[in-house]
Design a protein around this ligand. Structure first.
Ligand code: TXA
Ligand code: MG
Length: 319
């Protein structure tokens, strides 16, 4: 595995082809074009990426993650018009959503085009597509000139990494490259919306139901649990190795995530607003998970709609 530090793209998103980083990313892109696997930063979480239209490459993502074959991957594109190459029956509402939220943390599900391998879609005849905004993801997508299948870069059921240093060594050892693009600024996975029928949220995210409704002109349905609504939506998911418990108020002797300020070494202070909280949730859990502790306690955030996506993840973390 080779490590590529591409954090400079955060401040200089446009680099030219003589830049040393561009040359390094070109090697990463070549690896993707020949079936390689990499960890790449997106604005939500780090992805484990490979060529989405290469069945062997997609297959190797499942192997490295230890992910069941019926759990479909999200395909990442670099421009909205690529959607036509992957999906069919794209409703006008989808284009409105793309216009408003792409590039960004929204994934849309459509009937797939025939050439999208069924290994990528977990055997389904639908495909999930997303156009990420992270400058490193965008640069790599365009240099590689491939669609990239990228689930979160964790082992099955593990915590999604939101910083390159949080990658599980079991994952990084199996990769051709790890591309470091700094900490992800959303911190939780994209909102997934099924557009094969009435718009339906399959996974909540920072693009909320209310904000989707403002574009759709109607409230989307919400179906985030239940058998096979979206394969891969297991009740327990996204968990650190250490047991985790939710508490009303964090005891001063407890190890865990504290809402607001704390000066205790054993506790991590979490932002009081949902976006800031989401951004640091997985990184903070990863941090505590690396310490040799018996239990991580999480002080419960408010139960209002603004915290819905965070509650979805907290419920999956505790299982
Ligand atoms: O933010 C994200 O979406 C990250 C970054 C890397 O883009 N990716 C991610 O992928 O979270 P993953 O594989 O961990 O989660 C994909 C989710 C799963 O819940 C899966 O069931 C759903 O998307 N999904 C994928 N394809 C689908 C399909 N054809 N129909 C229904 N749900 C699908
Ligand atoms: Mg995941």
């Amino acid at each position: 595995m080779k490590w590529v530090d591409a954090t400079r793209l955060l401040t200089e998103p446009t680099i030219d082809s003589s830049d040393p980083i561009w040359l390094e990313l070109k090697l990463v892109a070549e690896s993707l074009r020949s079936g390689g696997k990499i960890a790449l930063p997106t604005e939500t979480v780090y992805g484990l990426a490979a060529d989405a239209l290469n069945s062997n490459a997609a297959e190797s993502i499942f192997e490295l993650k230890g992910r069941p074959a019926d759990n479909p991957l999200i395909v990442h594109i670099s421009q909205t018009r690529d959607l036509n190459d992957l999906a069919q029956n794209i409703p006008p509402q989808a284009l409105l959503l793309a216009e408003r939220f792409w590039p960004g943390p929204l994934t849309m599900v459509f009937p797939k085009q025939n050439h999208v391998p069924s290994v990528t879609t977990g055997g389904l005849d639908t495909v999930a597509v997303r156009l990420p905004s992270h400058p490193v993801a965008r640069t790599l997508l365009s240099i590689a000139d491939r669609y990239l299948a990228a689930p979160s870069a964790n082992r099955f059921m593990g915590l999604s990494p939101t910083r390159a240093q949080d990658l599980d060594p079991l994952i990084s050892e199996g990769l051709d490259f790890v591309v470091d693009g700094g900490p992800c600024d959303q911190g939780i996975e994209s909102t997934v919306v099924d557009l094969t029928g009435n718009p339906t949220i399959l996974r909540p995210g920072t693009v909320s139901a209310e904000v989707l409704a403002s574009v759709l002109g109607e409230m989307p349905l919400i179906r985030t649990s239940g058998e096979k609504s979206s394969p891969g939506m297991y009740r327990k998911h996204y968990s650190p190795r250490t047991p985790v418990m939710l508490v009303e108020t964090l005891h001063p002797l407890a190890v865990g995530l504290k809402l607001g300020e704390t000066k205790l070494e054993s506790q991590i202070s979490m932002p009081l607003n949902p976006n800031g909280y989401a951004q640091w949730l997985y990184a903070s859990l990863a941090e505590l998970d690396r310490r040799d502790v018996d239990l991580i306690e999480i002080e419960m955030p408010p139960k209002t709609g603004a915290w819905a996506a965070i509650w979805d993840r907290l419920n999956k973390i505790i299982g």
